[in-house]
Design a protein around this ligand. Sequence first.
Ligand code: 6PG
Length: 258
Amino acid sequence: MSVSLIVCRDPDELATVAAEGVVGALGDARRREETFSLALSGGSTPLATYRKLAEASVDWSRVRLLFGDERFVPRDDPESNYRSAREHLIDPAEVPASSVFPVPTDLPTADASARAYEATLQGLLGSSPRLDLALLGLGEDGHTASLFPGSTTLESRRWVVAASPGTLPPHVERVTLTLRALDAARHVLFLVQGAEKADVLRQVLEPEEGRPTLPAAQVLPSDGDVVWLVDRDAAQLLHRTPRLEAGPQGWFNPGGAP
Ligand code: 6PG
């Protein structure tokens, strides 16, 4: 397992490097004639990356587009992560419906939705589903996906669970992949930008003794790698973490190729 940090000049470079890396990963899977399972993150940070992905040359028929988490709201609700992905990626890129696997938020409860999505995930990827790439964000409280600090979801051995609203908006029930699911991924890419994330990013990457380990810091794939792709504003409080400045090396090295 490796964890690396790449610092981009600004949000636009972050979105460019992220999109280029995802396209690189997708191309690598295509050359191996494999279908690529990509879990999208919610929130606002990844939207610029999704727009750049929508402009890229991708064979979306070879991609399974999943969701790392979802708000338990109707798909056309402004708070829906699916709606955001549809507006910024799925529709502009004309991703075929057969490649998109939204969380079924039209079921009676968030738990029923989580159980149904877990079955979808296992139906697509096997009983121990292994994502090729999970895109994740970082909340100012240290959450990622909808895994909130102090939540019992952090100990769950299921793959997908319902989660109570966190302290940050939107205050709605969630459905989220668990640490078990995220730790099974081949690649995890965190996208973090803005000065408002500087303190929590330092707490995650440079934790102080005795402080609780934040959910985002617990994403540690046993047989995969984690890349933190951040902008300079978010990285401004980091002192000890070795960094790579964003550049032609990109972030995705299939098979660890130099
Ligand atoms: C969600 C996301 C959540 C998000 C972080 C960061 O459903 O809200 O999955 O984990 O990634 O809250 O959000 P921003 O990118 O908007 O800061």
